[in-house]
Ligand binder design. Structure first.
Ligand SMILES: [Cu+2]
Length: 335
């Protein structure tokens, strides 16, 4: 009995520091998660309420710039379509190279090799079956054939390697100095966007409920309330991180996919070629609502993007140090 008692005591002592440290941390985390994850409807409602209250709270800036109207998505652009079997139409230079590599190089080579091997196998099965070929050949070496089946695959691999390595390098090319920096944070289970270059504070992006998405003419499960607004034709640098677990920021039609890892800042640079709405999703299993943290990039003409930045109380890059008053809550392109 004494032994059991001392064992329990020893166990409690061993775990006491861990329990003491984790208790408050866990509680804090839960409180932080509970607030935004309280439900999309309530978050959206709270957002609109704070937006309505915002103008009254900050009467200081004389001219209030209106945000550009929320862009309507185009069916089949920047989103998957039922029955589609190939990559989405691309809207970034790296995306075009990738799509070309897949459509023009890899797919034909894979198809030709598969058909060639299938035909060879069928031929061997028919031509050299036991009844048609009762005494099999004893040949064990054929130098010419051996050289061919070694050299031809090597040549094929070299031909694929050249554009493939070029694409790999392209995907990880650092952004130029004048790139627009946006910080993307993955949370369980929504995204946060912040524009440090423009002084636009972080706002969060939650999935739209079904009725709202349908009423807006937007694809349910892909449409969030607040979009990541970006300019067309300007190099963009996304700094991507995770706040709790590993997420992955992925927008297929812009050839963007980068892990959002807690404690690490991953970088992804790209340029969008055409204005539009480009949808994506979290692509890392990150928990129960992993499938419900969509991404929508709204690409605007640079002038419209500047207007959006001003509407959020931000300042234009290179516009000196004059800052407008920070609004109580940012109001990105609303529903
Ligand atoms: Cu996620």
């Amino acid at each position: 009995m004494e032994k059991v008692k001392s064992l329990v005591l020893a166990g409690l002592l061993a775990f006491a520091p861990a329990l003491a440290m984790n208790g408050p941390a866990l509680a804090q985390q839960n409180a932080a998660v509970a607030a935004p994850a309280a439900g999309n409807e309530t978050t959206a409602a709270a957002d609109s309420a704070s937006n309505a209250a915002a103008p009254a709270a900050e009467a200081a800036p004389a001219e209030k710039v209106a945000a550009p109207p929320r862009m309507k998505p185009t069916l089949g652009i920047g989103m998957p379509m039922p029955g589609e079997i190939t990559l989405q139409k691309q809207f970034s230079p790296t995306g075009h190279t990738a799509r070309w590599l897949h459509d023009v190089m890899l797919l034909p080579i894979i198809t030709i090799i598969s058909i060639f091997v299938l035909v060879l196998m069928l031929y061997v099965m028919v031509r050299f079956r036991r009844s048609a070929n009762p005494t099999p050949s004893k040949t064990s070496h054929n130098t010419v054939i051996e050289v061919i089946w070694t050299v031809v695959p090597v040549v094929i691999l070299l031909v694929i390697a050249v554009p493939s390595i070029g694409l790999l390098a392209d995907q990880y090319k650092p952004a130029p100095k004048d790139a627009l920096t946006v910080k993307v944070t993955g949370y369980q289970w929504y995204w946060g966007y912040e524009y440090p270059d423009n002084g636009v504070p972080e706002f969060v992006s939650n999935m739209l409920p079904k009725e709202k998405a349908e009423a807006n003419g937007e694809p349910y499960l892909l449409a969030p309330d607040n979009r990541l607004v970006l300019p067309v034709g300007r190099p963009i640098k996304l700094i991507i991180t995770g706040a709790d677990v590993i997420h992955s920021f992925a927008v297929p039609s812009l050839w963007v996919k980068m892990d959002a890892v807690p404690g690490r800042l991953n970088e992804k640079s790209f340029t969008i070629e055409k204005p539009g709405v480009y949808y994506g999703q979290c692509s890392e299993l990150c928990g129960a609502r992993h499938g419900f943290m969509p991404i929508a990039i709204e690409a605007l003409e640079p002038a419209q993007f500047d207007q959006w930045v001003l509407s959020q109380g931000g300042k234009l890059k290179g516009a000196g140090t004059a800052t407008t008053a920070q609004p109580a809550a940012p109001a990105p392109a609303k529903i």
